[in-house]
Structure formats: C-alpha cells, structure tokens
Design a binder for this molecule. Sequence first.
Ligand SMILES: Cc1cc2nc3c(=O)[nH]c(=O)nc-3n(C[C@H](O)[C@H](O)[C@H](O)COP(=O)(O)OP(=O)(O)OC[C@H]3O[C@@H](n4cnc5c(N)ncnc54)[C@H](O)[C@@H]3O)c2cc1C
Length: 528
Amino acid sequence: MPTNYDAIIIGAGHNGLVTAAYLARAGHKVLVLERRDIVGGCCITEEVWPGFKVSSAAYVNSLLRPEIIRDLGLKKYGFEMLPRSPSSFTPLPDGRYLMMGPDHDMTLKEIAKFSREDAENFPKYEAMLTRVADFLEPMLTQTPPDPFANRLGDLWKLAKAGWGFRRLGRDAATDAVEIMTGAARPILDRWFESDVLKATIATDAVIGAFAPPSHPGTAYVLFHHVMGECDGVRGVWGYVRGGMGTISTSIAAAARAKGGEIKTDAEVGRILVRGGAAIGVALKDGTEFRAPRVISGADANVTFVKLMDPADLPADFLANVKKIDYSSATVKINVALAEPPQFTALPGTGVGPQHHGTMHVCPGMDYIERAYDDAKYGKPAENPMLECTMATALDNTLAPPGKHILSMFVQYAPYHLKGTTWDAERDRFADRCFDVLNEYAPNFKRAVLGRQVFAPPDMERAWGITGGNIMQGSMSLSSMYSFRPAAGYANYRTPVRGLYMCGAATHPGGGVMGACGLNAAREILRDG
Ligand SMILES: Cc1cc2nc3c(=O)[nH]c(=O)nc-3n(C[C@H](O)[C@H](O)[C@H](O)COP(=O)(O)OP(=O)(O)OC[C@H]3O[C@@H](n4cnc5c(N)ncnc54)[C@H](O)[C@@H]3O)c2cc1C
C-alpha cells in the first residue's frame, strides 16, 4: 500500500532539503527520497580514509543565503562558518607570489608588488562589481518572470527588473550588460596589467565551465566573489566546520525537527503521472509513495528524460530540455597528506597563511587558455589549472592531529576523451596534476597518504549529475533566469500539474546557495 504525503522530494541535495524544511515548517507532510546512503548531493562530507573527513565535491562556501541560515536556525544544528583570511595564494615559477584576501591593506600591498597601477585600480574594480552585484543579488531569491506570458504578475516583474536596471545609470548598466554576457578576459585586460592578478581573478570566472576566460559568458561568474558572504561579511568565502556536509546535515535536521521524513538508499525510478498530474513516485525496487506534489531536486535530464514517460510531456518542452548543455571540464582530486605542501615561493614548515585560502596553480592568463585548448580537442590539459584548498588549516575536526586534507579542483579535462577513456587516463592525469603542484611545492608528492580521483564520468556516477556538470547544467546566459531550466518554466513549475523543480537546474543555478530550494518552496506554498 503506498503511503500518502503532502509532498515528495526527489533527492536530498542541499536544495531539496531546503524545500523540504520550508514545506515542513508550513505544516506539510514531507518525504525526501535520496538514492545515496547520505544526504547532501554535491554538498557532503565523507570519511574517505579512517580519521580523514573530506568535502568530496563542493569545498568552500559563501553563497548560502543568510535568510535560510536564519529561518531554519542552522547554527543550532551545527552549521558554523570558518572565514578564510588570506583567501588566495598564487605562487609563480620565478619564486614570487600573490596573496589576496579580505584584509584590503594586505591585498593592495601584495598587488602593488606586481603593479602600482593595478593596486590603485583594484578598489575601483571591486566597487564596479559590487554595483552590479547590488542589482543582481536581489534577483537570486525572486522567481524569474516569463517574458512571453501575458500574465500581469510576469509583466510587473519584468517592469521591476527593467526599472532596477535603469536605476543603475548608463555607465553601470553598460558594465552590467558586459558582465552578464561578455568574456572575463577583455574586462580584466582593461582593468589590470599584471598577469598573475588577472589569472587569479579569472579562476573565479571559469570555475566549473567548459570555457576559457576569453569566451563570452565567463564574466558572469566574476561577480560571485563579491556577492556571497561569510558571517555577515560580504565577498568572503569560508570553510564550514566539519566539512561542507554540515550544511546539508544541519538543513536535514531542521527539516526533521518540523516532522519531515528523509529516506536514504531510496532511488526513484519513475515519476507517476495520471491525467496530466503528478501523483507520486515509484522507487527502483517498485515501492510506491503517493503525494499531490512531487518536487525534483535532480537535474532536468534526470527528471524529465530518465524518470518520466515522454508521453507525459509536451514534445517542445522535452526538446528544450534535451538542448541543455551538460559539458564539464572539471576533475576533483581529494588527497590525504602527512604534512602541508611547502611552497618554494613561501617556504616554512607547518601551516602558514598561504594554506588558509585557495592555493592557485595558474601563473598567467595564457596558461589557462592553453589548458582549455587541450580539452577543446578532447584531451586532459597537459598543464592543468589547479585550485587547491586545505580546510584542515582552519578546521581541526577533519583529520588526525598534524595530518591534512587537500582538495584539488582541476581544469580542464573533458567528459569525452579523444582516442582513449577515463579508465585509461584517470591515474595518469592525476599523476600529472601532482607533478604540476610538486613543481611549486617539492614536498607535496612525498606527503601524499591517499587520493581519490573524480573525472567527469565519475562525478556523474557518484552524484547523479548529468555529464559531471557541477551546476546541473551550463550557467551561460541562454540557460539562466527566465530560461532556466527551460523558457516558460522558470517558475519552478513544469508542464505536469503538481510536478515542481527545486535544484540547481532552476534559477539561480549552481553553487551551494539554497536559493533554488527556497524559491521553489515559496511557489509551491503559493499554489496551496
Ligand atoms: C566537484 C564539485 C565541486 C563544487 N565546488 C563548489 C564549491 O566549492 N562551492 C559551491 O558553492 N558550489 C560548488 N559546487 C556546486 C554545488 O555543489 C552544486 O551546484 C550544488 O550542491 C547543487 O545542489 P542541489 O541540491 O541543487 O543538487 P545536487 O547536489 O545535485 O543534489 C541532487 C540530489 O538528487 C539525488 N538524486 C538524483 N537522482 C535521484 C533519484 N532518481 N532518486 C533519488 N535521488 C536522486 C542525488 O543523489 C543528489 O543527492 C561544486 C560541485 C561539484 C560537483
């Protein structure tokens, strides 16, 4: 006999959990079904080696919406941010380095080591991004309008967005359009002359995208670094005590406290539809659960192509879903270390400020472009861009005393390799990444105790993300806002009555923000 609920949520990613918690708070009887044995999706902590706890996928936070932290009382359930200062360290092959962070005086002094003019321009560049972010940020927690519907509410929202844009004034509006549609490289070339500064900033623009900084669309992600916050301080990225999984477990605890039920090892095999309306789901093992609202936190390909009968969906909608770009060029390597990497550019034993933030191996803009060029032709980059973080520099709960966890986020390496497979290449590529870091920190390879490598197909298998795309689909302008996941369906509803979307496949997209889950809950509650 199927059990009845008010709402069933497919996937206990952090967004699905946010939706569950808000619906449970509103009195709904909620069931979350997760295919894996833990909650969190791409926002998890796992004990990969005894005593070593790893943020297996996402590794830093600043985007999680402050209203969610407040509304759900996440601090009560263990959520705690550890701000990073400095937040970035870029060593160079010639022995120099650039350090940056929330300490403005330090950052400007560091930039001035390479260019006085850049140090003068940097605050103006940040102010420009902040103006654009001030315009865009409120949109994150608003449901996008459908510009093609003749509904008063949609037209009103469009008019409000247009008015906000107009209020930016001509100069800032020009910047905003360029940031939303343009390439990061020409913008950075206009503002700065120092290659290491531009390359360090450009990593923000290309992270997770199969695109180099010279590609249109990459500038959009630049403003992410001034948009989020850590403990109320804007633009600061931090670690989460206990790893990123604490975000998910604290949201899950908030949902359970309001009566929400969460089942793991429960993979949905089918969304059940009758008479054009969702009536529940069937698990892979055949167990059925019924509810008048089914809400998917999985990506659009999984939801509509894998879990549904095409006969239940309009053909043009399905065609648009099939157009979504899931290409990925990212590899994640988690490493257990006997000691921190000791950089030639800033020697010293033990943990130093260089280990607090992201350690970038990307000495210049052309380095990033060339890494992309390799991937463009179907091979992993010979000289990959590495973003390394060592949360154990600030969090002593993750590894045995004196030992460390290093997260290596690597670009570019395509899902489809030309003339070979990831099974043949996985270890060779990880070895190459280790060689590259070792050139900057010669003790690194000696210090490795264990490693875990996720190539794009491994990410797809592990976390259920199509193509290994870390954002549940490309974040290019044609896939954002009113067009995410598909034109006409950006309001968290779908062509099937009672079927909703709540994950990163919806506006405002990928990242551990919780905004998709929050917006979806608001719309579901609005429907009653
Ligand atoms: C390697 C990597 C590094 C990243 N780094 C960062 C970072 O440092 N900071 C940041 O802010 N963002 C980062 N991101 C992006 C961010 O983690 C994701 O965009 C975000 O976690 C997506 O959350 P979600 O809840 O929308 O979806 P997901 O996390 O994808 O959750 C969807 C859930 O649905 C489940 N599911 C799928 N199909 C089914 C089914 N049939 N039945 C039941 N359950 C199902 C999945 O198992 C999963 O738990 C990273 C992502 C990856 C992969």
